[in-house]
Design a protein around this ligand. Structure first.
Ligand code: GLN
Length: 201
């Protein structure tokens, strides 16, 4: 038996999804992605982006993540990948990274620590527009919200009138951690789009 290299075999492979792994909660996302049937690659340098059919930007500290992206010269390669329509899920600090002031791929401005610092860590059952199967268990940890957005951004969920989940094309940004609640539907959403994503373009 030849040793199977899943990245080069002709077999219909599971979608290859990257997780930005410079800092923060990338490991929990990788576990959920594997659970829903993705091949996972941790992304630390631009070469790691080749052939990805989807990407997760995890929570963490957006300032540290921004420094890491600059250090590894990942900003333009990430913008190029997302600009090609490769589906993305950004969670918490990942939502911040997607906004106008960071990667600039989503027409919105995130407000960091918008619920207050430590005391406003909380859980909620959130109704997400378009997501079947009832409310999603969402864990907010020093979470941002979307302070302002353009027409292309579709708000999917809000708390007290503040958007905490939104979509722009194939980009899904959520202010909370769904990778910690055992509810895998957002990762399944990403995987379904990743499976349709043709990397040969
Ligand atoms: N407060 C963090 C930031 O501003 C985000 C917190 C998180 O990702 N859990 O970067």
């Amino acid at each position: 038996m030849p040793s199977a290299d899943p990245e080069s075999s002709g077999a219909p492979a599971e979608p290859l999804v990257g997780v930005l792994a410079l800092q923060g909660g990338f490991d929990a996302h990788a576990r959920v992605l594997r659970r829903v049937g993705a091949r996972v690659r941790e992304v630390r340098v631009p070469d790691d982006l080749h052939g990805l059919q989807g990407l997760v930007i995890p929570g963490g500290e957006s300032t540290t993540m921004t420094l890491g992206i600059a250090r590894e010269r990942l900003k333009e390669p990430l913008r190029e990948l997302i600009g090609r329509g490769v589906p993305v899920l950004g969670s918490c600090a990942g939502l911040i990274m997607l906004d106008r002031d960071h990667l600039g791929v989503m027409d919105m401005r995130a407000e960091r620590n918008a619920f207050g610092r430590q005391i406003r860590s909380f859980e909620a059952d959130l109704h997400i527009a378009g997501l079947e199967g009832g409310p999603l268990r969402a864990i907010f940890i020093r979470a941002p919200w979307i302070a302002e957005h353009g027409d292309r951004v579709e708000v999917l969920a809000s708390i007290d009138g503040h958007p905490v989940a939104a979509r722009q094309g194939a980009i899904l940004a959520v202010a909370f951690h769904s990778e910690l609640s055992g509810d895998d539907r957002l990762h399944e959403w990403l995987l379904a789009r990743a499976a349709e994503c043709d990397t040969r373009r």
